[in-house]
Design a protein. Structure first.
Length: 444
């Protein structure tokens, strides 16, 4: 088996190694930003447009539930993508898998721009959206693990590994910012025509971003960790199956640890649009601007939380974030339910800070749990299985709770429950902040 660039990465000088580390971090961050732009653009438009265009015969609440059901399909697909690309990422290299995920995600997002509405082809429009959303989910399911490893496995020491690994996480708020900025721009430009054609342009523009991301990722080397595995002939034949056999506890606990991070995130960035417009009667553009501002705050809080995790330990930093998120949920809905624009704006802007206290150290916390030859598969599966139990159902559960209780308080209790689960799961995870990840170990 020959992986272009893999052998070279293990024999670089210190100066060239540092240059490759910087390039890997930049490539991971920009590539992740592009893929999350693709994923978030769908979530943003779902809360604003899809219920009206693809389920016009339903009442507003039912239509929103139906639109979020399609939205959730992408999350169901993410563990499938994790299994597929985790397998190839551990077999043929991190770089090759990442190029494939970028193409898959970008082309599916581009195609959404051309899906006819219910008025043109009836229910088949929703069917096409579901298929494309599934493909999106497969792509993003394989993206995260590779991006994190591409950065983290170039780090020479443990002193800055949490900080280095947090930069691919930076792609989430950057993608969220870009998605909301472009939707806001075309919402303003198209005005009343946003429902007819304005919403399609952000999806079509993804093809340009794919070209940029592909150019950047083709110019990086394979990681030194994978190069050593290849040189020592330590490549597993079936890494996905093997990690489930050898490290099932770590896979399960990392998935559960994400409950208090992922479910609130999609309440704060997706459900808030339908809640804000239908229940609070806030303007669409104000909500977009608030989420846009929240994502800018995350530009700083995510890497800072990753940096702190190198100082106080990954697990401790994560548990602090989970506790803060559970408490903040009460403040968040108390501010939202005032229906005062200033307080609503403040609630949304602050909402991602507790989340970021977990998300910054999360990449290193999860990836460090798995041995190198199974790391892409194990980290991806643990991370993406949370999509089925947390991220995907979150807007659906929040919408259903609001429909049943006519109050955001029920959603607050849901967020608190997720935070408690994360606290318990994180407490049971090992803390490998100072372990040398270039060495192989038995995963027990």
């Amino acid at each position: 088996m020959t992986i272009v660039g893999a052998a070279d990465s293990a024999t670089l000088s210190a100066a060239e190694h540092s240059r490759q580390l910087r390039r890997a971090v930049i490539a991971s961050t920009i590539g992740t930003t592009i893929e999350w732009y693709d994923f978030f653009i769908y979530g943003t438009v779902t809360g604003l447009v899809f219920a009206k265009l693809y389920f016009p015969q339903s009442n507003p609440l039912t239509g929103t539930l139906q639109a979020f059901a399609i939205y959730a399909v992408g999350f169901v697909a993410r563990p499938i993508g994790a299994a597929i690309f985790g397998h190839y990422g551990d077999r043929i290299g991190r770089k090759a898998a990442l190029i494939a995920t970028l193409l898959l995600m970008g082309l599916a997002t581009f195609a959404v721009a051309f899906v006819p509405t219910y008025a043109s082809i009836g229910i088949w429009g929703a069917v096409l959206l579901t298929v494309l959303r599934f493909v999106q989910g497969v792509g993003v399911g394989g993206e995260w693990g590779g991006s994190v490893l591409l950065s983290m496995e170039w780090a020479r020491t443990t002193a800055h590994r949490g900080f280095v690994a947090s930069w691919p996480q930076f792609g989430v708020p950057a993608g969220l910012f870009l998605a909301n900025l472009i939707v806001l721009a075309f919402s303003t430009i198209s005005g009343p025509a946003f429902l007819s054609w304005g919403w399609r342009i952000p999806f079509a523009l993804s093809i340009v971003l794919v070209g940029i991301g592909l150019y950047i990722r083709l110019g990086i080397l394979e990681t030194p960790v994978f190069a050593r595995l290849l040189a020592r002939d330590q490549i597993e034949d079936s890494p996905t199956i093997e990690v489930l056999r050898r490290q099932p506890r770590e896979v399960a606990l990392t998935a559960l640890a994400r409950m208090g991070e992922q479910a609130p995130f999609y309440v704060f960035t997706a459900f808030v649009f339908s809640y804000g417009v239908t229940a609070l009667h806030m303007s669409r553009d104000m909500l977009l601007t608030a989420v846009l501002t929240a994502s800018v705050v995350s530009f700083f809080t995510i890497p800072f939380a990753g940096f702190l995790s190198d100082r106080i330990g990954r697990r401790r930093m994560y548990m602090i974030g989970a506790a803060v998120t559970g408490v903040f949920a009460f403040i968040y809905f108390a501010l939202l339910d005032t229906a005062v624009p200033g307080w609503v704006f403040l609630a949304i802007v602050l909402s991602l800070i507790p989340h970021d206290l977990m998300y910054g150290p999360q990449a290193a916390l999860i990836a460090e749990c798995f041995t190198g030859r199974l790391r892409y598969s194990g980290a991806s599966l643990g991370y993406q299985l949370a999509s089925v139990i947390a991220g995907g159902p979150a807007p659906l559960i929040a919408t259903a709770l609001f429909a049943a209780y006519k109050s955001g308080y029920a959603v607050t209790v849901y967020i608190l429950a997720c935070a408690v689960i994360s606290l318990i799961a994180a407490a049971l995870l090992p803390d490998y902040t100072n372990r040398d990840i270039s060495a192989e170990y038995d995963g027990r």
